[in-house]
Design a binder for this molecule. Structure first.
Ligand code: GLY
Length: 394
């Protein structure tokens, strides 16, 4: 063998042995195609129960469902819309319409602050993609129901109803429900929904955050004085800890609030929250947070794929609002998170995992509910992150 052929042969051996990293473009396309197949199976599995929607799986891997009033009811319809947007498959359009229609009566639900999650992920995406005016009317009725929970003296929308522990609990998650209200003001030309969003966001900035820009999960207000009565956790490790998904909701919520208002103070808030998350010594190198940044058993604590997916999606959006250096940092983290969630450790094989896409999320660890399981919102924000990354300008 002459030297040239020897060189070619050695190069070929080296190339075949060196680890090959898929491009993001190829990886995203591949995982979206798999997600389409998985969600066709998922949607097909509940066609005989028209009043139920997927929630998670039990210990034997069997699908567990929710009624339309459960806070997670809108995520599978929303994922079906996203996957229809990507694939343009008529079957997914049929499923998306079917599962969305299952939520219609919730437009009158004044018992929950989660109407934003429920209706905007389902009907909101449906309206964006089809322009169906029936969807628009349902969303506007839902927005009216949601603002019935606003208390002007406190300045917030009430999250959970009054109970033995809290007079007027507001949870950081509630920032997410504002997206429906911002939309309602744009669509109806009535500023009242947007005014409520701004009041809620400002009160949240004032009372939910610690000096390091981590957030409390629950802030409860005294209904007589309007002042803060308690700062606690419900789903986190302790009142003073940083519950993983709570930090993710805050990051996403303030990024969205900046998008809708262009008020620099919300951008600053989002950047500070991102700083807290990205520079936290307990954030693993693969980008997927533990269920709580202060879980006592780190590094053996459970990871929460849902928090990773929400943060990835938020960082991709936030990267569009900041300088080049920061944008690069945000996108590198989002890429790491997407690659981790797209690896066999998190990404389920077709037909397994109750036909959910991602494994290893944590719903409510202190209650021993939904620990290390697939969750609808992990899938929804993962798909959203893939689509957002795919649409970045090259
Ligand atoms: N919004 C409830 C949760 O994040 O678990």
């Amino acid at each position: 063998m002459n030297n040239f052929f020897l060189f070619v042969a050695i190069s070929a051996v080296i190339a075949s042995c060196s680890p090959h990293q898929e491009t993001m473009e190829a990886l995203i396309k591949d995982r979206l195609n798999s997600a389409v197949q998985q969600y066709e199976l998922m949607a097909g599995s509940l066609t005989d129960q028209p009043d139920r929607l997927p929630r998670t799986i039990d210990g034997e891997g069997k699908l567990l469902t929710t009624s339309s009033s459960g806070w997670v009811s809108g995520f599978v319809p929303g994922s079906l819309w996203y996957l229809y947007q990507y694939s343009q498959k008529p079957l997914l359009l049929d499923y998306a319409k079917d599962y969305t229609a299952r939520l219609e009566k919730e437009k009158y639900n004044r018992n929950t602050h989660d109407l934003g999650f429920m209706l905007y992920c389902s009907y909101g995406n449906g309206y964006r993609l089809t322009g169906d005016t029936a969807y628009r009317n349902i969303l506007l009725t839902g927005a009216e129901s949601l603002i019935s929970r606003f208390n002007p003296a406190i300045g917030c929308i009430q999250s959970w109803n009054t109970n033995a522990k809290w007079q007027f609990p507001v949870i950081i998650d509630n920032m997410m429900n504002l997206e429906l209200l911002f939309w309602a003001s744009k669509e109806s030309k009535d500023p009242k929904y947007r005014d409520i969003c701004i009041s809620h966001a400002d009160t949240t900035v004032k009372n939910h955050f610690r000096p390091d820009y981590s957030s409390f999960h629950v802030v409860s207000y005294d209904t007589v004085t309007g002042k803060v009565e308690k700062k606690n956790t419900h789903q986190g490790y302790s009142d003073d800890s940083a519950w993983g998904r709570g930090q993710a909701w805050g990051l996403y919520g303030f990024t969205m609030t900046y998008r809708e208002t262009k008020d620099a103070k919300y951008l600053e808030q989002a950047k500070r929250i991102a700083d807290f998350i990205l520079h936290h010594p307990n954030l693993p190198a693969d980008g997927i947070p533990y269920w709580d940044f202060n879980a006592p058993d780190i590094p053996n604590a459970k990871r929460d794929a849902s928090a990773g997916a929400i943060i990835a999606s938020a960082l991709i959006e936030l990267s569009g609002y900041v300088d080049e250096t920061l944008a690069k940092t945000y996108l590198e983290t989002a890429e790491t998170q997407i690659r981790t969630l797209s690896s066999p450790e998190y990404f389920a094989e077709k037909g397994t995992n109750g036909n959910f896409i991602l494994k290893h999320s944590v719903g409510f660890l202190p209650g021993n509910v939904e620990v290390d399981v697939p969750l609808t919102y992990a899938d929804y924000y993962y798909i959203e992150a893939l689509l957002r990354y795919q649409s970045l300008k090259k």
